[in-house]
Design a protein around this ligand. Sequence first.
Ligand SMILES: [Mg+2]
Length: 246
Amino acid sequence: MTVICLDFDGVVINSIDECYETSWRAYAKWKGVPATPDPDRAAFFGRVRKHVRPAGQYWVLHHAYDAGLTGLDEVAFGRLVEQHAATIRTFEPLFFGERNAQRAADLSGWLALNPPYDGAREGIRSLMERGLLYIVTTKDGESVRLLMDHFGIGFDPDRIHGKERHENKAEAIRAISQETRVDPDEILFLDDHPDHLKDVAVTGAECVWASWGYYDHRSGFEGPPVADWPAFMDLVEKADRNRPAQ
Ligand SMILES: [Mg+2]
């Protein structure tokens, strides 16, 4: 592969704790209640976090918890997203405002809430040596930059395609294809969310499911799974060996 594009949350880092803390504080403010510690809410969040794509949808998880909708599946979640589209739009800036405030108040505490997966740092360093590596994420680019610095990885900020730059991941992949003059079918895209994989597959990019992330099944995505970072690095090696000489 000439170009490799990685999702960030659920692929490079496990940000469940950070997303819970940030979204609970933002939701409590939105609702006008104190953000007191709430282990049951946190446990529910851990079970259903996988449904969320853009950050505004965290509102739905807290709303569902308050409404006692404990068996929140994909279909019920999708219905709530449609029903509360306007609130979700209002909530998104509150979420990112809260994240910025937390980073400013206690950067090291904030960084510690976002641990990398085993092998992710070594894998990224090795992929950077091989050639073109990009991050394609619905997270804000500044958080990715701060975390890469914290992990000791000098990553070019221009290669972070965060939520500010694109409407969706397929658009990001097409932009990277144009920028690098590499056809989408020479781009490898790794994500843990089956819907992102299905969206990006339409561009012709080779899509691989990171099964170590937040999603526990492929949900209709038919591409190959990889179980962990070493398995992903093996797959990249094999793809490189099988490439016709240029
Ligand atoms: Mg993800």
